[in-house]
Write a protein that binds this ligand. Structure first.
Ligand code: UDP
Ligand code: MG
Length: 316
């Protein structure tokens, strides 16, 4: 049990969220006032809105909020970097508080659950995962594709918290550890469990999006899924190597058969010499490409070192 009062930063990535931001911000400010009033968090706690290169009025709304309320801060990225990177930018920026809570702008995640998260932190957890109780508010496609994806991930040895998106509390201790991750292909849900530390979960009912439409189109969903797989697992490359190895083994058997046919059975002239290298080279090539791929993928991940996001403006 901890007894000091933590300072809190609520980090919210926003991409074209002008329809929900007025409602989200008024609920957040009420929540923040309640927390401060109940002595749950320090009065210097704040809400950090990260504009991920929105094309609508999101940034001007954030500017107005930051001007009007001391509780709001704004961070503007130079273009759309995607949800994960926008969230990362916000988490990196919030290094002056004891705890951060990341939550979406669209009010799908139950803001009241933050209260429970803070209590779990007070009981000793460094990371608290918000886990949705049911997916009743999602479309059948989204529900099933998500289920399939979690199964696929666990098959590949990636530990992830089932039905947890990016609604979570992280203490500064956990964030400091997380800052050591230098990689630019990020999939936060898969990376955070790697940190260790004592963690806890809070269950909540996920609501419909308050207004506007999902900013995750099919392309972004697939890209997030593939990024999750490719940056956390080398199983796909292993699969290629495995295919190569299997074909290579079969080719040896077939080669023996071809040689046997050549020596002892009647064969068409040229058949053996045509068929042998096809089997053999095909197998060897796949094996080698898979093997090379293992190394190339590792180098590729490390070497680019591009900035994960670019900050255009900071308002506080
Ligand atoms: N988002 C973002 N950049 C993007 C896409 C989404 O910052 O390129 C934000 C978005 O504003 C929201 C959160 O990420 O706060 C989750 O997006 P959304 O609610 O559209 O996803 P869904 O709940 O449909 O999976
Ligand atoms: Mg949403």
């Amino acid at each position: 049990m901890r007894d000091s009062i933590p300072s809190l930063a609520i980090v919210i990535p926003c991409y074209n969220e002008q329809e929900v931001l007025p409602e989200t911000s008024s609920r957040l400010i009420a929540l923040m006032h309640a927390f401060v009033g109940e002595n749950m968090v320090q009065p210097d706690s704040y809400i950090l809105l990260v504009d991920d290169g929105s094309k609508d009025n999101t940034w001007s709304q954030i500017e107005a909020l930051a001007l009007k309320y001391p509780e709001f801060r704004g961070l503007k990225l130079s273009r759309n970097f995607g949800h994960q990177h926008a969230l990362l930018a916000g988490l990196h920026q919030a290094n002056d508080v004891t705890i951060t809570v990341s939550v979406d702008a669209d009010l799908q995640d139950d803001l009241e659950a933050i209260r429970e998260m803070i209590l779990k932190y007070q009981q000793g957890a460094e990371i608290v995962y918000g886990v949705r109780d049911d997916r009743g508010s999602d479309s059948v496609f989204k529900r099933n594709s998500a289920l399939l994806f979690y199964k696929l991930l666990s098959r590949m040895g990636i530990e992830s918290v089932y039905n947890h998106a990016d609604f979570r509390l992280m203490s500064q201790v956990a964030l400091d550890a997380f800052r050591q991750f230098g990689e630019s292909n990020i999939y936060l849900r898969g990376m955070i469990p790697m940190l260790g530390f004592s963690s806890d979960t809070v269950y909540y009912k996920r609501a419909e999006r308050f207004a506007g439409t999902s900013k995750y189109n099919l392309r972004k969903m697939f890209s997030l899924a593939w990024n999750g797989v490719s940056s956390l697992s080398i199983q796909p490359l292993r699969f290629v190597t495995f295919c190569g190895f299997t074909i290579f083994s079969i080719s040896i058997l077939l080669s023996l058969y071809a040689l046997y046919s050549y020596l002892f059975l009647e064969t068409t002239m040229g058949w053996t010499s045509t068929v042998l290298p096809i089997y053999f080279l095909g197998g060897i090539q796949l094996l080698c490409i898979g093997l090379l791929g293992e190394y190339v993928a590792k180098i590729y991940k490390e070497v680019k070192q591009r900035p994960k996001y670019i900050i255009e403006k900071m308002l506080r």
